[in-house]
Design a protein around this ligand. Structure first.
Ligand SMILES: *[C@@H]1O[C@H](CO)[C@@H](O)[C@H](O)[C@H]1NC(C)=O
Ligand SMILES: *[C@@H]1O[C@H](CO)[C@@H](O)[C@H](O)[C@H]1NC(C)=O
Length: 365
């Protein structure tokens, strides 16, 4: 109803305009070779909406508005036909699609975002994405894919394949995807042997990778140096070796909560000089990780729910007066065997405010 009124309004304005802006139109008409009776030309020169065809096509039961085609929650089993060729966003989430066929996206050259979250997709034809030469966002989470799709467009910036059945990330899975910024691979049945060491090497601009809630036992190898956030929470990682974070000079956030880490080797933190936030809660650490006093930027470190039995006065802060460039704004140590009253207050001399320290294992009882 409203859009009908809007269309009528636009049409009437468009018809009214020529007679008001006569100066501007005179100028335009000078360019016309046949500058005969001007006014008759005007209506066709002034576009009534962007290239509106006789009857705008929109797939049955979907909603189409401003190049967005909305077909979510319809129970559909196939990708609809007759998707307008100028579509930029196609939303097909919460349906019952099982397969993506070769010609499903034919002609969708302008498509920027494709949302297929929460379907039942098991098969994607190897050429299905070939027409999508401008695709930047591909959301395939919550499906039943056993493999990453082949031939993902090189323009892709954000790829989400969370909660599928993917057990392998191959050397060729992301070949040539130099524009990826965000990569979400969590909740897939991955093991460390299923993640190839060279899988990530082409992702030269990636800044965010999440591989949470899988069964990997070590930090994936060959992570790109552009990374600023790495989320590996909820895995089975047992050890953080010095080399596992080597070269990640832009890493600012590292999530390793809910793993089985018992050792973080001395020297690891020196490899990530710009780390600001480190989540190591719910692991098996028996000591505070080495290297914190020498680290210049770390501000938040979660160590609650570990097996830390003692905390020394030099575990967090440098011995001499502040050589850190940023003070801590969050340290958590509760739910560890260490008794909070055994930790000397001077231990936290480089903490911004006392409220930033959460020791309170006494609160739990
Ligand atoms: C991890 O392994 C366990 C035991 O084999 C299995 O039950 C679980 O489903 C696996 N997790 C994932 C995300 O595949
Ligand atoms: C870590 O290594 C540095 C440099 O080799 C050394 O000075 C420091 O004492 C070590 N820390 C621990 C806790 O072993």
């Amino acid at each position: 109803m409203r859009s009908a009124c809007l269309t009528l309004l636009l049409v009437s304005i468009c018809w009214a305009l020529p007679f008001r802006q006569s100066g501007f139109l005179d100028f335009m008409m000078e360019d016309e070779s046949s500058s005969g009776d001007g006014p008759e030309l005007i209506p066709s020169k002034v576009p009534v909406g962007p290239e509106m065809p006789a009857g705008p096509v929109c797939p049955f039961r979907c909603q189409c508005h401003l190049r967005v085609v909305q077909c979510s929650d319809l129970g559909i089993k196939n990708i609809p036909e007759e998707i307008p060729s100028d579509t930029t966003l196609l939303d097909l989430q919460n349906n019952k699609i099982t397969e993506i066929k070769e010609n499903d996206f034919k002609g969708l050259k302008g498509l920027n975002t494709l949302i297929l979250v929460n379907n039942k997709i098991t098969v994607i034809h190897v050429k299905a994405f070939a027409p999508l030469v401008n695709l930047e966002r591909l959301y395939l989470s919550k499906n039943m894919l056993k493999d990453l799709p082949a031939n993902i467009p090189k323009t892709i910036q954000e790829l989400r394949v969370h909660e599928n059945q993917i057990s392998k990330i191959k050397k060729t899975s992301f070949t040539g995807l130099a524009n990826v910024i965000v990569m979400e691979l969590g909740s897939n049945p991955l093991t460390s042997s299923g993640v190839d060491a060279e899988a990530f090497k082409d992702l030269k601009r990636v800044s965010y990778i999440r591989i949470a809630d899988t069964n990997i036992t070590s930090i994936p190898k060959g992570l790109p140096t552009s990374l600023s956030e790495l989320h590996l929470d909820g895995n089975k990682i047992t050890k953080i070796t010095v080399n596992s974070l080597k070269g990640l000079k832009h890493l600012a956030k590292l999530g390793l909560s809910n793993n089985e880490v018992s050792v973080m080797e001395n020297g690891t933190l020196a490899n990530v000089p710009h780390l600001r936030e480190l989540h190591l809660d719910h692991n098996f650490l028996t000591t505070v990780p080495a290297g914190l006093p020498d680290h210049k930027y770390i501000q938040v470190i979660y160590l609650h729910s570990n097996k830390i039995a003692s905390v020394g006065t030099e575990d967090f802060c440098p011995p001499s007066y502040n050589t850190k460039k940023a003070m801590y704004s969050g340290i958590s140590l509760f739910s560890n065997p260490v008794s909070y009253w055994e930790i000397q207050p001077i231990t936290f001399r480089c903490v911004f405010d006392r409220s930033a320290i959460q020791l309170g294992n006494y609160r739990k009882k």
